[in-house]
Write a protein that binds this ligand. Structure first.
Ligand code: ADP
Length: 458
């Protein structure tokens, strides 16, 4: 049957940030884009501040540039804001289903009306305004000192001068700031976030995507904390190069579990919570940790990628006995689903609730497995989808992740305990595919029925 392309509806979403400076707009925009890309959409942040710095170098480190009566500067700022909006619109038109995040103060009714007019001109765009309000002086002071004055705006300025200048900039914005209004804006979709998420108001939420974004914002927090991610200790199956399996720890794996317990004890991490998969190796590793940590939770969602009918085989077995499957996987490792098993994409869907919990919990150690660790690290470190199955996550190594303003610092702590290394790098170029295009097509069709991908409708 021919597909009638004229009947296809491609939905696009625009997220318009609103708020005074130092209210976490860029923080939330970047985090949202990272999350949406991770779960399979195509999202991008368009930041007006960055464009301003590039286009108008004279605007830097001078609050006067943001005065409401500085008409020359206002003209330049408007031009810059509109040019970034146009870039976002063009990107959304070119990208098909996509989510553009417009990161600017958008602090007046007139500006938001103008943005709406531009967006309405794009066919089928779903618009959500997200406003961050914060009147806690301590939070704002911290945001200015820890983040805002690190911007290139203040490269050659003393810390004290930079703080003063930024506070003055906020004052200029405050004079003309018009928050989203429940009555005036009753017909538009918006989310208002108060004081770091202590209260939310959502209005006219029209789509699943908007609800999903709101749900995400309701889960994130700015808690200072550390996330540790490690694979369970080496197993006997690892030593034999087996795919999957639910094996016991090898002697070296047991040694790692003991060393991990010592590491926790030595670093006085007794308040840490530990999350373990339900697989034998993780449970055994965590048994050793129990006396030194606050709690150990068992979470089935952390179980390793299900290798389906290929559980217990080696890569060499699969290559020789199922060359077609082997080739399909080599050429498309992220989307490849094992017969009766899972793909990396399936795993991301399974791990989404874990990510929501991870956003809220204080210090945590996740004891899991190679593919699971790759997916979690990809979310935290904003790794592109195609690289996820090739992230190098060796055994007997702890990844220590410390979230900061716009990302995560990562330290790799290697324990000096030998283990097998089954890492296989990304193949250079396509592995040859001969006569099995049909099975490839079959499998591709079953992916798209499962979750959104960058090519499905939003
Ligand atoms: P803006 O883009 O609004 O000028 P930034 O995103 O650059 O502000 O500020 C980053 C800081 O904002 C981070 O240190 C983060 O902890 C903090 N932050 C994150 N969310 C919020 C929020 N909802 N309200 C206030 N501050 C926040």
């Amino acid at each position: 049957m021919e597909i009638d392309k004229t009947k296809e509806v491609v939905l696009r979403c625009a997220i318009i940030m609103v708020g005074l400076p130092a209210r976490g707009k860029t923080y939330m925009s970047k985090k949202l884009a990272r999350y949406l890309n991770w779960i399979g959409y195509r999202a991008k942040v368009f930041n007006v501040g960055e464009a301003r710095r590039q286009e108008i170098p004279t605007s830097i480190n001078n609050a006067d540039f943001f005065r409401a009566d500085n008409s020359d500067a206002i003209e330049m700022r408007n031009k810059c804001a509109m040019s970034v909006l146009q870039q976002m619109l063009q990107w959304m038109k070119d990208s098909g289903p996509s989510i553009g995040i417009y990161d600017a103060t958008n602090s007046t009714k007139a500006r938001r009306r103008l943005i709406l007019e531009h967006l309405m001109a794009v066919h089928n765009v779903n618009i959500l305004f997200v406003e961050s309000l914060c009147d806690d002086p301590d939070v704002i002071e911290t945001n200015i000192k820890d983040v805002k004055i690190m911007s290139p705006d203040y490269e050659n300025v003393s810390r004290e001068q930079a703080v003063e200048d930024f506070k003055q900039r906020i004052k200029y914005y405050e004079r003309s700031y018009e928050p989203l209004d429940i009555d005036y804006d009753k017909n538009i979709s918006f989310l208002k976030i108060f004081n770091l998420g202590s209260k939310f108001i959502a209005n006219k939420i029209k789509s699943h995507m908007q609800s999903r974004i709101i749900y995400y914002f309701m889960n994130i927090s700015v808690l200072p904390r550390v996330i540790y991610i490690t694979r369970a200790g080496e197993t006997n199956g690892n030593m034999m190069g087996l795919v999957g399996g639910d094996d016991d720890l090898s002697d070296r794996g047991i040694q790692y579990a003991r060393s991990l317990a010592e590491f926790i004890d030595r670093n006085n991490m007794k308040d840490i919570v530990v999350w373990s998969s339900l697989m034998r190796s993780a449970l055994k590793t965590c048994d050793t940790l129990k006396p030194f940590v606050a709690t150990v939770s068992r979470l089935k969602a952390l179980n390793e990628l299900d290798n389906g009918s290929f559980e217990g085989l080696t890569q060499e077995d699969i290559r020789c006995r199922f060359p077609e499957e082997y080739t399909l996987r080599e050429n498309d490792k992220y989307y490849y689903r094992y017969p009766s098993g899972e793909s990396y994409q399936d795993l991301v869907v399974r791990l989404e609730p874990i990510i929501m919990e991870l956003e809220k919990v204080s210090n945590v150690m996740v004891v899991c497995h190679q593919a699971v660790a790759r997916c979690l690290l990809a979310y935290l470190l904003d790794e592109p989808r195609e690289d996820v199955p090739y992230l190098d996550v060796p055994l007997h190594t702890v990844f220590k992740l410390t979230p900061h303003a716009y990302g995560c610092k990562v330290d790799r702590i290697s324990f000096n305990i030998p283990a097998v290394n089954n890492y296989r790098p990304k193949p250079k170029g396509l592995v040859s595919v001969t006569s099995f295009d049909e099975s490839r097509l079959r499998r591709k069709m079953s992916y798209s029925s499962l979750t959104p991908t960058s090519t499905t409708k939003l």
